[in-house]
Design a protein around this ligand. Structure first.
Ligand code: AP5
Length: 219
């Protein structure tokens, strides 16, 4: 199944993606993770992207679409993919549609995580991520068993540079200005499935599983 996860920063896209990728047996492709990896490795794309990411602005389309085009041609996408954080602009959505047309594929579902700004800010200010395996925690909502240590692999937990309140609020503004148009775009294509990002994470996963099952049953 080919699925896009759409929603504001902190809506819980990454948290659900980690569960859904196992359920659907397909890769989780997060443009944020790909960009952070390029920054860490000091690749040319990473050097260019860093200044935008630090401010909470979108990285220019031409950089991101190249990266996604490369990733979608990898063999592990044969059974489908879970795109998280892409597309984020109408241009990126059109690019994705054209790339999928070329390989005779299409999107099956766009899950929209509707979540308020205040919930997102409070979630991101408490988010901690494992440096080694990428597991996501929250100091209050989903705390690790031991402070600062990953339950899964015992890696060190860290806070993302762009999770400071001021940057989060700017990311939210950027989302409203540049990404929200995609709700209408995919709604008109009949692909949008709205869920409340405020729902408890396990409950939300159950809701998503039911939706995927019904799509697979009717395929
Ligand atoms: P990216 O990494 O994509 O960040 P984002 O979209 O802002 O989303 P986040 O990862 O912050 O949030 P999330 O929804 O995944 O929430 P999570 O599950 O972690 O992008 C970063 C930057 O890269 C962008 O600003 C931009 O510069 C650049 N970029 C990326 N893609 C781009 C593109 N396509 N074009 C241009 N630029 C691009 O959860 C958050 C917290 O909440 C966690 O602590 C979690 O434990 C907790 N939580 C999750 N779900 C629940 C729940 N149901 N109940 C309670 N707590 C919960």
């Amino acid at each position: 199944m080919n699925v896009v996860l759409l929603g504001p920063p902190g809506a819980g896209k990454g948290t659900q993606a980690k569960l859904v990728k196992e359920y659907l047996s397909c890769p989780h492709i997060s443009t944020g993770d790909l960009l952070r990896d390029a920054v860490k490795k000091e690749l040319p794309i990473g050097k260019e992207a860093k200044s935008y990411m630090d401010k909470g602005e979108l990285v220019p389309d031409e950089i991101v679409v190249r990266m996604v085009a490369d990733r979608l041609t990898q063999s592990d996408t044969g059974n489908g993919f879970l795109l998280d954080g892409f597309p984020r602009t109408i241009e990126q959505a059109k690019f994705l549609g054209a790339e999928l047309d070329k390989i005779d594929k299409g999107l099956d579902l766009v899950v929209y995580f509707k979540t308020s700004e205040e919930v997102c800010v409070s979630r991101l200010s408490g988010r901690r991520i494992c440096r080694d395996c990428g597991a996501i925690y929250h100091v209050k909502n989903m705390p690790p068993k031991s402070d600062g240590v990953c339950d899964v692999c015992e890696g060190e937990l860290y806070q993302r540079d762009d999770d400071k309140e001021e940057t989060v609020r700017n990311r939210f503004r950027v989302y409203e200005k540049q990404t929200e148009d995609l709700i209408k775009y995919y709604g008109e294509m009949g692909l949008l499935y709205e869920v409340s990002g405020d729902t408890d994470a396990e409950e939300l996963f159950e809701i998503l599983k039911k939706k995927f099952d019904s799509i697979q049953k009717n395929a």
